[in-house]
Write a protein that binds this ligand. Structure first.
Ligand code: PLP
Length: 382
């Protein structure tokens, strides 16, 4: 028996929620430009502002602190480069070695412009050392940028503590919440976060929509010039459909306890019946991500064998796996090369079931067995 389709790659992107599709279909007539002064434009403006309000409430922000962008990557570029542009006198940034490439590449760009960047290492569990951040902040530090949840191993960083340190040291704090938004509650009215970004396609909305929260009073400059939409910070005609899809996606029942049970079941079964090792902390981790390694086999080959069984998952993050480089995250937390290359990431959503998990576990075991027989690397070489 072959299952219909098992989609275990929700940290890469999600299927659009059926209610979101329904909503978008209902909004087909909301096509006018929200900046137009006629009634049709004003109607669309009102819908966008209602969506902004709901999204702002979801993180305890004020409406005008939410700026819509094309997604997480653009929001991160705006946070880092926009701050740098507005505060040229400060030229030191602290980030971690396990950030998403959007953050790391922005920092590398600034490095070429003579910025000093500290890429803080994490411990073996994949958690940053807040003390090290505190010690590294100096009078030249513009920004500390630390992600909330890591996209490859799912570890949760102590962002409240980091936010407090930054507040005391009068340094901007940015956190990439693409993997945590609408999954782990966050309240910017109680936590001193200056900038936070999220993305729609990770939570069942359309692709090409995201937002950045920018605390009122933050000194930042736009990185896109144009008509001055989004409070003069992000020019370009608003993506109305995307914005409404994001608003609707917030109504999704995520069923976190059930999803966590399925994730833990897969992890326990694979650890019990194979030589698999889970990467990163098992405790300080989001409920839907599992990164697991099989010694001496190729994660890509495993992914391809599973694809034949209609099971879809990733090796590391989607962005880095297309480059076929070894994961900078697993490398950074000290995973050995022969485990890194044999790693897969299973990322679930509320749409997954325990039956899918049971079927996938059997197919993973079968495929790992096959690949281990072909592998030139045997476990005792460790
Ligand atoms: N940050 C993290 C942690 C991510 O997982 C991703 C996407 O994979 C991004 C940023 C980029 O977001 P987007 O795809 O919306 O540009």
């Amino acid at each position: 028996m072959q299952m219909k389709e098992i989609y275990f790659d929700n940290a890469s992107t999600t299927r659009v929620e059926p209610e979101v599709i329904e909503k978008i279909n209902q909004e087909i007539e909301s096509y006018a430009n929200p900046s137009s002064q006629h009634n049709k434009g004003k109607e669309v403006r009102e819908k966008i502002e209602n969506a902004r309000k709901k999204i702002a409430r979801s993180i305890g922000a004020e409406d005008e602190e939410i700026i819509f962008t094309s997604g997480g990557t653009e929001a991160i570029n705006l946070a880092i480069k926009g701050l740098a542009k507005a505060n040229p006198e400060k030229r030191h940034i602290i980030t971690s070695s396990i950030e998403h490439p959007a953050v790391i590449e922005c920092c590398k760009t600034l490095e070429k412009d003579n910025y000093k960047i500290d890429y803080i290492k994490t411990d073996k569990e994949g958690i940053v050392d807040t003390e090290e951040i505190r010690k590294k902040i100096n009078k030249d530090t513009l920004l500390v940028s630390i992600m909330h949840v890591n996209n490859e191993i799912g570890t949760i960083q102590p962002i409240e503590e980091i936010a407090e340190i930054c507040k005391k040291k009068k340094t901007y704090f940015h956190t990439d919440c693409v993997q945590s938004y609408d999954k782990i509650p966050i309240d910017v009215s109680r936590t001193k976060i200056d900038l936070l970004n999220a993305s729609g396609h990770k939570i069942g909305a359309l692709k090409g929509i995201g937002f950045i929260y920018i605390k009122l009073g933050t000194k930042i400059k736009p990185i896109i010039d144009g008509g001055g939409q989004e409070f003069q910070i992000r020019s370009g005609t608003e993506n109305t459909t995307g914005i409404l899809s994001l608003e609707k996606a917030l109504d999704t029942e995520r069923d976190k306890t059930r999803v966590k049970k399925i994730r833990d079941y897969i992890q326990d079964e694979l650890e019990k019946t194979t030589d698999a090792k889970t990467n990163g902390s098992k405790e300080k981790r989001i409920y839907n991500i599992l990164n697991i390694s099989f010694y001496g086999i190729e994660g890509e080959s495993l992914m391809l064998l599973l694809e034949k069984e209609n099971i879809f998952l990733s090796t590391g993050s989607a962005c880095s796996s297309s480059r076929l480089e070894k994961s900078h995250v697993l490398d950074s937390i000290g995973v050995q090369d022969l485990y890194i290359h044999g790693s897969i990431r299973i990322s679930l959503s509320h749409q997954n079931t325990i039956e899918e998990a049971k079927y996938a576990i059997e197919k993973i075991k079968e495929s790992v067995n096959k690949l281990e027989k072909m592998s030139p690397f045997k476990k005792d070489e460790e």
